[in-house]
Design a protein around this ligand. Sequence first.
Ligand code: SAH
Ligand code: SF4
Length: 358
Amino acid sequence: MKQSIYGMTFDQLTDWLMEHGHKKFRASQVWDWLYNKRVKSFSDMHNVNKDCIQLLEDNFVIQTLREEVKQESSDGTIKFLFKLQDGNVIETVLMRFHYGLSVCVTTQVGCNIGCSFCASGLLKKSRDLTSGEIVEQIMNVQHALDDKGQGDRVSHIVVMGIGEPFDNYDHTMDFIRIVNSQKGLAIGARKITVSTSGLADKIYQFADEDTQVNLALSLHAPNDELRTRIMKVNKAYPLDKLMPAIDYYLEKTNRRITFEYIMLRDVNDHQKEAKELAELLKDKRHLSYVNLIPYNPVDDHSYQRSEKEAILGFYDTLKKNGINCVIRHENGTDIDAACGQLRSKQVKKERKKKAEAQ
Ligand code: SAH
Ligand code: SF4
């Protein structure tokens, strides 16, 4: 199967073209067509010579994702389901904020971390996405914006879709290098956020990358007993392994980290947990903030979202203890915008159809 041209970093493409007898500047031209003029076929790259176009066509494809479903919400959120070349489906979400347009990308088909509250974890990982498939999600959204003709540009990226990005580390990092490159989309590193469920060894590795990309940690509980109950990954990386990795990250980068905390009714939303959380984070409060996330109910899970009073009470306690904290505004709740929800519905629908056909 030919690979996606979007999976090549600028340096990789330059080397590859030179190895195949082409001049160095061809890579700049090709990238300009891909990311600035945003053509959808090699033959539209008018200043690239015929030999080079033929070579590219023989070895790469531009579009490997096919748009299956596109749902637009009243608040401007657009949710896409894309079919990959092998038939798997993934989802990508575009959200509109006052500061710009943010795209939430998927990094794996399914997720093996299997958090108890998450729709993505319901479906086992069938494979990692390639860096090209992750970049293509951004390009497909950008092409959809281009088609609207309003000059909108994707300005922010959150790696918070289906999958655990640090379980697909190299492809995720290549993806970031590609969208961040000045020669291409030039999306600033500070406008990109990667979220992890807490793979401590990869947090060390990420801290050692010389990058300004933001890190978010899905904490969701302030003690091991509760965290292991809702996130089984906590068995492999309990808090006494995870927190030193976070400290290392903070020391190395001096960048602020986001702690994500889903509010699950009567599970992790009591005053007890708020106080414990404040205690856990007190020595790093100058470089952190907590994002309280309203839970998006998932069909097959029994959790419920916290009452408003519990969320506000939790927020107050954190604030009183000097912890920076925000309550996350929700986008696209009318279109299953919680991570993995649309996909899991679609997969179930297809399985049902298959079962009925048998
Ligand atoms: N695997 C990574 C990134 C993808 S999940 C991680 O876990 O961090 C992105 C965020 O969505 C995580 O904080 C995750 O805990 C949260 N999430 C998962 N299911 C959710 C749901 N049903 N409602 C609200 N947030 C959810
Ligand atoms: Fe995977 Fe993140 Fe969902 Fe956990 S919350 S199952 S790590 S996608």
